[in-house]
Design a protein. Structure first.
Length: 165
């Protein structure tokens, strides 16, 4: 007994390709998923904050330090001159200049990793601390100034836009 292939008279050649359309659909989805996985793993490391767990554990200490700084009543101001000289003014609770502090400025570029650097500022006048800064690139920079005067420490943060002089 021979088995003959029975053709459905209503089935066209195109209808026979339907299973292959389904296979092609899943192949396209798999290729797109592979592209998305590659882009997700190669474009961003996922690390936003270094040592996030340790910083989270020390959160209460950070809040206490911020409250202690606020209780001091000190005021700070950061200016960047056209010649890229950074000046930090440090004033006490009554508005008097605070001299003799050790001052350091840390620069972070929010738009590009790997360009962070720090500069020591020297006192140029009573309560005025300055340094010439050589920025590796123009654009947005976050500046955090740390001042230590005796046992008291003070932090001030500001965002700067660095332009061509």
């Amino acid at each position: 007994m021979s088995m003959a292939r029975v053709e459905d008279p209503g089935m066209t050649k195109r209808d026979r390709l339907i299973p292959w359309y389904i296979v092609a659909f899943f192949v396209v989805v798999a290729i797109l998923d592979g592209i998305f996985v590659y882009l997700a793993t190669s474009t961003h490391t996922g690390v936003v904050t270094e040592r996030a767990y340790d910083k989270g554990i020390a959160y209460n200490e950070t809040v206490a330090a911020a409250e202690a700084q606020k209780a001091l009543g000190w005021q700070g101001d950061i200016t960047l001159a056209a010649d890229r000289t950074l000046t930090f003014s440090l004033l006490g609770a009554e508005g008097q200049p605070l001299s003799g502090a050790t001052v350091k400025a840390e620069f972070m570029r929010p738009t590009q990793a790997g360009m962070d650097f720090a500069v020591e500022l020297s006192e140029t006048a009573a309560g005025q601390y300055s340094a010439s800064v050589d920025f590796p690139a123009e654009g947005l920079w976050d500046v955090r100034v740390f001042a230590l005067e005796g046992e008291q420490d003070f932090q001030h943060h500001q965002r700067l836009v660095v332009k061509t002089p």
